[in-house]
Design a protein around this ligand. Structure first.
Ligand SMILES: [Zn+2]
Length: 398
């Protein structure tokens, strides 16, 4: 058996070494050319130029799967064809060089421009400083009411889309809850001094959400879940009066300004703001900002206090009972402490422990205001507030 295997192995070896075997055909075919090449390199020649040409032609390694001769390598890299985009890219000069950048930074004209931009930014900041009449608070607000309204008007469609995406629906105009909200707004709009706005009331059918907001420009959104907490039209007037007060005090514009305040101080956006104002910044930078400010970020404590006071006096001027505002806030605070998830409205209108105490303190003034009002919807307080804001005056709070 072993002898038979040994014999078979020898036969196979002979077959593999045989010149007639196909496996060695290609290797054998290359052998003569290899010999010629070796002779050409080693043997002296009478034609050295021809030898050099042959040497360079054979210097590149033979390609395994192609029998065509490779084009000279230099053709790819020494192409001076100006129409070749790759060639133009290879020869392109860098836009910024270290030396050029250093020169730009050290240039006296750069320093002058930077200093002017900084001074302009500081001037712009102080020019747009305002005093909030009811609190005497100083704030930076570079947005006019019109520019904030223009930005927020673009958001209405987005809100409607969001509501429908979350499975919500808007109540019809004939629903008792919609009619209730509209009745309250009909009395609050005249005292707000914003009768010229394009007012629109939408009530969202969602009993789980206790929320309401008024977009600058007059778009009112109320979630049906807040109506039971408000209990009656006076309570609803407290909610909507507070929301309108945020608009009257231009709190959204103030918060939008606060977002770019640091950049403006650094001089980055001063030219943009001066040249194009709310038009470009409003649409490009603040497209979603109004909604973010309304839905996800809580108002500041001082802004809340201002809105509480302004809202209370406006609802009193519209002949609603200011004491109902106290009851509404007490119910809200009670819910906030009782429930795991406090009402949505509380997340954007955070309570502070002395809110109710302050409203109690303001109640006599609000009751006087109500007694003096002829309930015909005069905007005495709102007009006084606007004049004071424009003139930098303070309205004394009792
Ligand atoms: Zn608020």
């Amino acid at each position: 058996m072993v002898a038979a295997l040994t014999a078979l192995n020898r036969a196979c070896s002979r077959l593999l070494r045989s010149p007639n075997t196909a496996l060695f055909a290609s290797a054998r075919a290359q052998q003569p050319s290899a010999r010629i090449r070796q002779n050409a390199i080693t043997a002296p020649s009478r034609f050295p130029a021809a030898v050099a040409q042959r040497q360079s032609a054979h210097a590149t390694p033979r390609r395994l799967f192609s029998q065509t001769r490779r084009r000279p390598y230099q053709n790819y890299h020494n192409n001076n064809n100006p129409h070749d985009p790759h060639e133009r890219l290879r020869n392109a000069k860098p836009l910024f060089t270290d030396g050029g950048l250093r020169g730009f930074i050290r240039s006296p004209s750069t320093h002058t421009v930077a200093a002017l931009a900084f001074l302009g930014a500081v001037g712009f900041y102080f020019y747009n400083l305002q005093t909030v009449p009811v609190s005497g608070r100083k704030r930076f607000n570079c947005f006019t009411e019109e520019s904030v309204e223009a930005v927020s008007e673009q958001q209405v469609k987005r809100i409607e889309w969001e509501v429908e995406r979350q499975g919500g629906r808007f109540l019809s105009d004939w629903d008792p809850r919609t009619r209730m909200v509209k009745r309250v707004m009909r009395r609050l709009i005249p005292v707000s001094g914003m009768e010229d706005s394009d007012w629109e009331v939408r009530v969202i059918d969602d009993p789980r959400q206790a929320n309401a907001f008024v977009l600058p420009g007059g778009k009112v959104f109320v979630y049906s879940g807040i109506i039971p907490i408000a209990r009656n039209e006076d309570g609803l007037a407290a909610v909507l009066g507070h929301e309108i007060a945020h608009n009257l005090a231009q709190h959204i514009g103030e918060r939008m300004s606060g977002q770019i305040g640091i950049n403006i101080l650094l001089g980055s956006f001063v030219l943009l703001t001066a040249l194009w104002g709310g038009a470009i910044l409003g649409t490009q930078l603040f497209g979603g900002t109004v909604l973010d400010l309304l839905f996800s970020r809580p108002m500041g404590r001082k802004q809340e206090t201002e809105a509480d006071y302004i809202g209370l006096l406006m609802m009193a001027e519209a002949c609603y009972d200011p004491e109902q505002a106290l009851g509404f806030w007490q119910r809200m605070e009670h819910m906030e402490h009782q429930q795991e998830a406090p009402p949505e409205w509380m997340s954007t209108h955070p309570s502070n422990h002395n809110r109710i105490e302050k409203i109690k303190k303001w109640l006599p003034e609000a009751m006087d205001k109500r007694a003096q009002s002829d309930c015909s919807g005069t905007a005495a307080f709102a007009d006084r507030f606007r004049r004071a804001l424009a003139q930098g005056l303070i309205i004394p709070v009792q």
